[in-house]
Write a protein that binds this ligand. Sequence first.
Ligand code: UD1
Length: 427
Amino acid sequence: MAKEMIVVEGGTPLAGEVRVSGAKNSALKLIAASILGSGESVIHNVPLISDIVVMSKVLETLGARVKREDHTLVIDTADIDTWETPYELVSKMRASISVLGPLVARFGRARVAMPGGCNLGARKIDMHMVGMEALGVHFETDHGFIEASTPNGLHGAYVALDFPSVGATENTMMCAVTAEGETVIENAAREPEIEDLADMLNAMGARVSGAGSPTIVVEGVPASSLHACEHTTVGDRIEAGTFLVGGAMTGGPVTVRGIEPGFLRMALMKLHAMGCSIDFGDDYITVSRDGALQAIDIQTLPHPGFPTDLQAQFMLLAAVAQGNSVITENVFENRFMFADEIGRMGARVTIEDHHAIVEGVSSLQGTDVKATDLRCGAALVLAGVFAEGTTRVHKVHHIDRGYEDYVGKLSSLGARLHRELDEDIDW
Ligand code: UD1
């Protein structure tokens, strides 16, 4: 695909209403979960983003048939006849490894390429393996692949995760669905997407309880009793948070619809502490601001703590707030690439280990910047909306991984921006 950039003319306030898509981080795992029940599963509210295209290819490589009708995916897993996911797909998207758990649960085996390095730090998968090993999975590495087998079948177990890893919780939970007896996952991740996945698993005939709490209990059922199902993906809290930051930055009011406010409690508290007014109902949140934006201290933590996926967006807010803010990244190492890019626009950010010290400035200047990951990319486009002059955000394929029609949605809020071919420089 041709390389594109997003060109933003700064200086227009954002106001109005936008509907968020289904959660990327949920939909990817729901697609993987469809492997568990032979037949045609239907998943609604799936975002139109490139990561979903990659996950659909992962399923097709296994032998499933995937049809998309608007925001609905119909996945027929009856004819899955291979258990291998190649490096070509895993290297494009790490979340491909979430097929490990369901493949092992349904077929007793899987062969998945090992994810390589990634720009968010080490990002190991040791906890995924520890969790599944406790259930009886035997792992071997072979020429860059992880080979999983179950020589003695799967059995329920007590699994205590060292850290509430989202991916490890999901893989262990999906694997445990067909293990004989009871599995208890302690120190489980509590992200709303885990609850969404558990709801789909239960709709397929699994018996999962406690999702959303630190202790998940799975009563194993025979693989043959699982069936296809119909499920609707929850709204994307990170997309919602990104547009709310846009509203907070320029004054708003900006309303996001299709999101449960409880998913964003910590982020909303921070917006409030920065001087914003928040209004919300069952499925919407509105942010507005009259006074000055105030500095804030933020620490990223597993849910319900402040999400690492909103760290770059809030760094942007801190960069244009009054006073000094400290942002501490506890979930991923090396997740401060945004600081270098926003620095090119005039922000003052100093990184010390896993802390960013942000000295607020009153204006930013448009220039050429590049998206280093999808959240950095989304935040740079917002920075362009605030900045004086023109900002060109390169490497927008990162944004396309996780934001459906980002340009269209921001335009509907009043931003002046468009996509263009990016041919001059090899960004
Ligand atoms: C998911 C999300 C990502 C989000 C992250 C944290 C998807 C597709 N991605 O990523 O957007 O930023 O949760 O909310 O859902 N770790 C290990 N060993 C493991 C597993 C993880 O050391 O076996 C470490 C990671 O390197 C990282 C931390 O644990 O430092 C958190 O990772 P994890 O919660 O697993 O994130 P992901 O599932 O990869």
